[in-house]
Structure formats: structure tokens, C-alpha cells
Ligand binder design. Structure first.
Ligand SMILES: C[S@@+](CC[C@H](N)C(=O)[O-])C[C@H]1O[C@@H](n2cnc3c(N)ncnc32)[C@H](O)[C@@H]1O
Length: 176
């Protein structure tokens, strides 16, 4: 009988996985990054299948509530394969969208959808951690995150970053 051993960032796992409490924030971030990098090619299918197609309606509901009043720039955090970014750019032809995610494979999948959509001039994809946003203060009218914040270990830090990059009066739309 074979016994399998796994390791996460130098942390040995034998029969039992360590409790989430025993992982450092960095280890948790790396695990999330690896998980999403490994499911990229099945992500859209699983999302639609497991939600019985409701994920599309949930995103539509979210997007219809956004309003733009100054920069006409939207930041979509944890953009994944880009569905919120794409739908928002289609729904609001005057805006520019920034889709941010830390998993390169997910961003590649987003780019593969954006390129043929004719929206690449209005959607920029950025690889970064939502806990350290690479934007100056007060850069966006609105900020979205769909099915993403639950995977972020330090939500307080993410919220502080969101408030920093939002214009006063800007809104944050979260679908979790
Ligand atoms: C469940 S997917 C959601 C994707 C997309 N928003 C959607 O509606 O389908 C979660 C995404 O969050 C990203 N993510 C998780 N933690 C992150 C972080 N700290 N910074 C940036 N992206 C993160 C993952 O790489 C993954 O692509």
C-alpha cells in the first residue's frame, strides 16, 4: 500500500492536512493561487455547472447596479477568467475596466476571451495581489469583486486597499 506525502511551501503533510489556522498568510495565499492556476481550463464550466447557470445572472445583477460619475474606471478584483470585466465593459460602453488577479493562468484565460471580443482596448488585465493594489489613491469610480473575497486571508487589508483606490463617493460591489 502506497503512502502519499504532500508538502505545501515546505510544510510537510502526512496523513492529516494542517489546520488552516496553522498556515501562515503567505502559505494560504500561495495555496489559493495554486488551486486557481490548476483549475483554469475547467473553471468556467464548473462555475456554470455547479450554479446551474445562475452565476451569469448573479454577475448581471451586480453589474446593473454600478454607476460611474468621474473617472469612468472600474476595478474588478479577483477577475479570474474575466466575466465581470467583459460584461461590465459591454454594458457600459463609455468605461475602462481593470481586471486584477494574482493567478497568471486565470488572466491568460481572461485574455483569450477578451481578445476576440473587440474589448481589449477598454479592458486591461493586471497580475497582482488584491492586498497590495498597484494603483494610486482615488483611481476608480467603482470596484467589483465576485466570488473572490472569500479566498483572501486578510479581508481588513483588502478593504483598506479598496477604500484607498476608490474615489470619495465611489462604490464597492461584492458578490460572494
Ligand atoms: C472563484 S474565482 C472568481 C473569478 C471571477 N470573479 C468570477 O466571477 O468568476 C476567484 C479568483 O480570485 C483570485 N484571487 C484570490 N485571492 C486573490 C488575491 N489575494 N489577489 C488577487 N486575486 C485573488 C483567484 O486567483 C481566482 O481567479
Amino acid at each position: 500500500m502506497h503512502k502519499f506525502y504532500f508538502g505545501i511551501n515546505g510544510l510537510p503533510l502526512s496523513n492529516a492536512y494542517p489546520s488552516i489556522k496553522d498556515l501562515s498568510e503567505e502559505q494560504r495565499v500561495q495555496i489559493v493561487q495554486r488551486i486557481f492556476s490548476s483549475v483554469t481550463d475547467r473553471y468556467d464550466f464548473l462555475n456554470h455547472f455547479l450554479s446551474a447557470g445562475r452565476d451569469k445572472a448573479w454577475r448581471r445583477f451586480l453589474i446593473q447596479r454600478i454607476n460611474f460619475f468621474s473617472t469612468h474606471r472600474l476595478l474588478d478584483l479577483a477577475t479570474g477568467t474575466g466575466d465581470v470585466a467583459i460584461d461590465a465593459a459591454r454594458h457600459y460602453p463609455q468605461i475602462r475596466v481593470f481586471g486584477l488577479d494574482f493567478a497568471k493562468a486565470m488572466l491568460n484565460a481572461a485574455a483569450a476571451k477578451i481578445d476576440p471580443s473587440g474589448l481589449s482596448g477598454r479592458i486591461s488585465l493586471i497580475q497582482a495581489d488584491a492586498m497590495n493594489l498597484p494603483f494610486p489613491d482615488e483611481s476608480f469610480d467603482a470596484l467589483t469583486v465576485a466570488f473572490g473575497i472569500r479566498n483572501m486571508p486578510d479581508r481588513r487589508r483588502v478593504l483598506e486597499e479598496m477604500v484607498r483606490v476608490l474615489l470619495p463617493g465611489g462604490k464597492f460591489f461584492c458578490w460572494n
